[in-house]
Write a protein that binds this ligand. Structure first.
Ligand SMILES: [Zn+2]
Length: 488
């Protein structure tokens, strides 16, 4: 069994007993726990100890599988954006951000398309140069922000205030990022930062989306998709990336509600077909409470591209919406093998019955679903129903940069809110690898690697390995929602 030593009696009055205990501890116990060799029992005891910090430490150090649902731009922390934007001076990019609004435009502009009245929209110098003198004065170079401005800039792309939710995320965060998301060099470095960060959290596989369309050079001219792909390919071959051992594959995403979105399938399938070494899948993204992007709208277009292309995998957002509807069902009919979010699958019991035991996996994003208000608290989340009815699920991070969270946080939330067993935790990690869009051979290698690492971790925990674990930093989401890292 495992015993937690949260407090000790004052032993100063018992010098003999104190010496004896020190000797016993020197030979048999770590500073925090003594462990059992019964499978998973040490984890039950860890949960029972109510020591949240210790639980977080273990979940951080724990080997993990993959992240199957992450958006490259949304996965970038605010401070990373800032640092990388300034670093891009080396590639000729200089960025400006809007720090003042001086009524330079006439009334009646399109605030929903290209909002003018939006602080901290970011543009590159080539675009700034085309603005009127009045509008140029509204912007400031990112490199010369005052401390107050910089702090506000960092906060402007975090979803961390009580009044911020789905609308702020969909209608302000992405619009603010602006030209920052069109710089292919910056996008590549963002992927590299995430590879390193996820690797440090114990992940061995990532499958984020990475856009190759719409990239622009420092002078504003377009960068062709193949050139962007080559930049990424070359960077991933460098030693600091390969040293992590991370296996990375990418998806391409279509913003589902845009006019003409189904017509984008053809060029995207053509790109995917000829870049199969790295790009493995297609996704449909964007808010599903916008009726323009409903899944059945894409059915004919998918059938058409399937007539000429084979082997393109599909992981598609479905059921990330408040109302009960057929989105998950219709998304499977499109050919999806994995469903992103699947929050409203719970409202379709017939489909749930069909999904028990696989083969389709639901990519669950607990933190995202809370912050974007698809659940008002975690007790409403259908994840434990899916998990415990045998519908394959895996945890993923979605736009973690904007939530300011990590994969450890997703596991921590799941354990705290749904009392996950150690076996369930391992099942989630294994699911994330079993449903990766890689060859059977590579999948086997990844699973073997995970099994070996988790077995070693379990052995070390049973032997009292708590003392050897690092104290990880907590990011804002977990600090704000749980009593961790000395702050609430
Ligand atoms: Zn997503």
């Amino acid at each position: 069994m495992v015993y937690y030593a949260h407090f000790f009696p004052d032993l100063s009055e018992y010098p003999d007993l104190k010496s004896w205990l020190i000797i016993v501890c020197l030979v048999s116990c770590s500073p925090v726990l003594l462990a059992s060799d019964e499978p998973g029992l040490w984890f039950e005891d860890l949960k029972g100890s109510a020591d949240r910090q210790a639980l977080y430490q273990v979940l951080h150090a724990m080997p993990k599988g993959g992240d199957l649902h992450s958006h490259s731009s949304g996965a970038v922390f605010s401070e990373w954006w800032y640092e990388m934007a300034l670093e891009q001076a080396a590639n000729g990019y200089v960025y400006y951000t809007k720090t003042r609004i001086m009524n330079c435009r006439d009334y009646g502009g399109d605030e929903f398309g290209q909002p003018y009245l939006l602080y901290f929209s970011n543009i590159q110098a080539s675009r700034w140069a085309t603005l009127s003198e009045c509008e140029q004065g509204e912007y400031k170079r990112l490199s010369v922000l005052t401390n107050v401005e910089k702090s506000a800039w960092l906060n402007s792309i975090r979803l961390d205030k009580p009044h911020e939710g789905r609308d702020e995320f969909f209608q302000a965060h992405w619009q603010r990022l602006g030209d920052l998301t069109a710089n292919p060099y910056l996008a590549v470095e963002a992927v590299v930062r995430n590879i390193k960060a996820f690797s440090a959290e114990g992940l061995i596989y990532m499958e984020p989306d990475f856009n190759v369309f719409g990239a622009i050079s420092a002078d504003g001219t377009p960068v062709p998709p193949d050139e962007v792909a080559e930049l990424l390919r070359a960077r991933l071959r460098q030693k600091d990336v390969t040293n992590t051992g991370m296996v990375t594959r990418f998806q391409l995403a279509i913003l589902r509600f845009l006019p003409g979105a189904p017509e984008l399938l053809k060029p995207i399938y053509t790109f995917l077909d000829s870049n199969r070494d790295l790009w493995v899948s297609l996704d449909l993204v964007g808010r599903e409470d916008n009726d323009k992007g409903y899944p059945a709208k894409f059915l004919e277009a998918f059938r058409e591209v399937r007539r000429t292309h084979h082997g393109i995998r599909l992981s598609i957002h479905g059921g990330e919406v408040d109302e009960p509807n057929r989105h998950v069902r219709d998304t499977l009919i499109l050919g999806a093998e994995r469903i992103g979010h699947g929050v409203n699958l719970i409202s379709d019991p017939d489909l749930m019955l069909l999904m028990r035991g696989g083969p389709y996996l639901v990519e669950v994003n607990l933190v995202s679903n809370l912050l974007l208000e698809y659940v008002t608290d975690f007790s409403q989340h259908p994840f434990p129903e899916y998990l415990r009815l045998g519908i394959p699920v895996a945890l993923s991070t979605d736009d973690r940069g904007m939530w300011d969270s990590t994969m450890t946080d997703e596991f921590f939330v799941a354990v705290m809110e749904f009392n996950l067993s150690w076996e369930e935790i391992k099942q989630l990690s294994r699911n994330s690898l079993k449903h990766a869009f890689v060859s059977d051979e590579l999948k086997g290698e990844l699973l073997a690697r995970y099994n070996k690492r988790i077995a070693a971790f379990e052995r070390s925990m049973v032997r009292g390995g708590m003392a050897r674990l690092n104290s990880p930093d907590c990011r804002r989401f977990i600090r704000n929602h749980y009593d961790l890292c000395g702050q609430n």
